[in-house]
Design a protein around this ligand. Structure first.
Ligand code: ADP
Ligand code: MG
Length: 538
């Protein structure tokens, strides 16, 4: 074959797009800044909420950074990377999602100013890296110890997380519940404290007011007992957790049974009945008086179980089964024949209650439960959903404090202190790298500035006052967003876990660096949709 020099060569499919150099960079930075700008107005106690309406017309009213970004279904690739920052923050801490995104946006904004001055991205990246590392050290030096006995600080941290959110009005009551719940599931075995947040189950029920929300020392399950003649309430419950069906097993293959006489039908039915009866017998012999089954319980089994006075629930979610195991101390049993008394868990009281207009099952008074439930109440679905998000933020904060044992002050105090120290640090650099470290230091100021702006205050005045307080050595001086005066954040109970700040700065700088290093965007054209399949199913 001969090569034709005039032949066009396609290395990418038709419809693919490519942007390179400065225009790729500014495109990406612009997209990232837009994302940060969107959530910025929600930051802090005086941040506003957003109403999100999806394609089905469903409405969410929220102040929560990660929820807003998830619901926006962002498509731009660089903007998506910023959304990832919020998600990481949510997974790692549970709170501080807006701050992380706002810092990432500001880091990129400052970087762009340097790019315009013809400073090479690798110089900026290098400066940012060093500044980010230094910021971690500054934060650690600044933080104060807090143990599980400092209940007041834990309560204040929970309240700080809920300030300015839907849960604000009941934050005292809710923070008591949250601190007690998280302390209950704290695992102190080994050298490090561990908390698995999913073992604080947050269940919601519309009706009543947020103040009626309660902590249940055990698990609340959104289900009712399978048979109405079962007891509604069992004291001193012995709980069996079974993850196989309590019914006659279906044959694996389709079987045809030829029956030639009526006797045979009867004996077939009898055999089935005997089998089911035996299963119930095994349960009752173990001493269980409450059964949670992950699969089905057939009618006949329901009948026998209720005759034995056993309380049973079927089709319990796997995640709930695990929580029940943690709360009651029961083992989840695969094969019914293996069930013995040792596998049973304990609960002082198992009870079916009507909450709102639905039945729920409370498994409570468990001796030393390692899983608990916060049952939230609220007047409408929208109210309760937003309360739930705020409560989950607070659970994240209290967990972070109990695992790491470190706190810092909020209201912009920590950020100003980090920024000041980074500015000092920048003096150890020369030339362009110094500019990059300085830019990083200024970017961190975006948090107090935004808190002031959202409070309707003059950001320049606020920042000047704050800085002069910090110059005097008042490291915890922050903004009172209602008056604009400076206050001592720690004394005023504005407490946050160290982890919020380290994680936010860490992931924000990583994503900013990643975006800055891109100078070529190659996007494949959209592949044609196969007919008959909705686009979101692909
Ligand atoms: P995020 O998603 O980042 O947690 P929030 O809307 O929860 O966003 O706002 C958190 C910010 O609000 C933090 O910087 C925190 O220090 C600040 N903040 C919380 N409570 C107060 C308060 N009472 N006064 C001033 N700032 C506060
Ligand atoms: Mg928050």
């Amino acid at each position: 074959m001969t090569n034709n020099p005039n032949q066009q060569i396609y290395v990418m499919p038709e419809g693919a797009q490519r942007t390179t150099g400065r225009s790729a960079q500014s495109n990406n930075i612009m997209a990232a800044k837009i994302v940060a700008e969107t959530v910025r107005t929600t930051l802090g106690p005086r941040g506003m909420d957003k109403m999100l309406v999806d394609a089905m017309g469903d409405v969410i009213v929220t102040n929560d950074g990660v929820t807003i970004l998830e619901e926006m279904h962002i498509e731009h690739p660089a903007a998506k990377m910023i959304v990832e920052v919020a998600k990481t923050q949510e997974d790692e801490v549970g709170d501080g999602t807006t701050s992380a995104v706002v810092i990432a946006g500001e880091l990129l904004k400052k970087a762009e100013e340097l790019l315009v001055q013809n400073i090479h991205p690798t110089v900026i990246v290098n400066g940012y890296r060093q500044a980010a590392d230094k910021a971690q050290d500054i934060l650690k030096d600044l933080s104060i110890n807090c143990s599980e006995n400092d209940k007041k600080l834990l309560l204040q941290a929970a309240m700080t997380a809920m300030t300015g959110k839907g849960a604000e009005n009941s934050k005292e009551h809710l923070s008591e519940i949250i601190v007690e719940a998280v302390s209950q599931v704290l695992d102190k075995t080994g050298s490090k404290n561990k908390i698995e947040k999913e073992f604080v189950k947050v269940e919601k029920k519309v009706g009543d007011s947020v103040k009626e929300s309660e902590l249940v020392k055990g698990i609340v399950i959104d289900k009712e007992r399978v048979h109405s003649s079962m007891p509604k309430m069992i004291k001193n419950a012995k709980v069996a957790l079974i993850d196989s069906a309590i019914e006659m097993k279906d044959t694996e293959t389709d079987a045809k049974i030829s029956i030639t006489s009526p006797d045979q039908i009867q004996s077939f039915l009898d055999m089935e009945e005997q089998l089911v009866k035996k299963m119930v017998e095994t349960i009752s012999k173990s001493g269980a008086n409450v059964v949670f089954c992950q699969k089905g319980i057939e009618d006949l089994a329901q009948h026998y179980l209720s005759k034995k006075g056993i309380f049973a629930i079927r089709r319990v979610k796997k995640s709930d089964m695990e929580k029940l195991a943690r709360a009651t101390g029961a083992n989840i049993i695969n094969n019914l024949d293996d069930l013995t008394e040792k596998d049973l868990g304990l609960a002082g009281l198992v009870e079916e209650k009507t909450v709102g207009d639905e039945e729920m099952t409370y498994v409570q008074e468990c001796p030393n439960p390692k899983a608990v439930t916060i049952l939230l109440r609220g007047s409408t679905e929208h109210v309760i959903d937003e309360v739930k998000r705020a409560v989950e933020d607070a659970i994240g904060d209290v967990s972070a404090i109990l695992t790491e044992g470190k706190i810092v002050g909020g209201a912009g105090a920590t950020e100003i202190e980090v920024s000041r120290n980074l500015l000092k640090f920048s003096e150890s650099f020369s030339g362009r790298e110094q500019l990059a470290v300085k830019a990083f230091s200024e970017a961190i100021e975006v948090i107090p500035r935004t808190l002031a702006e959202n409070g309707g205050l003059d950001p320049i005045d606020c920042l000047t006052n704050l800085k002069s307080e910090h110059d005097k050595g008042n490291v915890w001086s922050g903004i009172n967003v209602f008056t604009g005066k400076t206050i001592d954040s720690i004394e005023n109970g504005i407490i946050e876990p160290l982890k919020i700040k380290t994680q936010a700065i860490n992931s924000a700088s990583e994503v900013a660096i990643m975006i800055l290093r891109i100078d070529d965007v190659i996007a494949a054209g959209k592949s044609p949709e196969p007919s008959g399949m909705p686009s979101d199913m692909q």
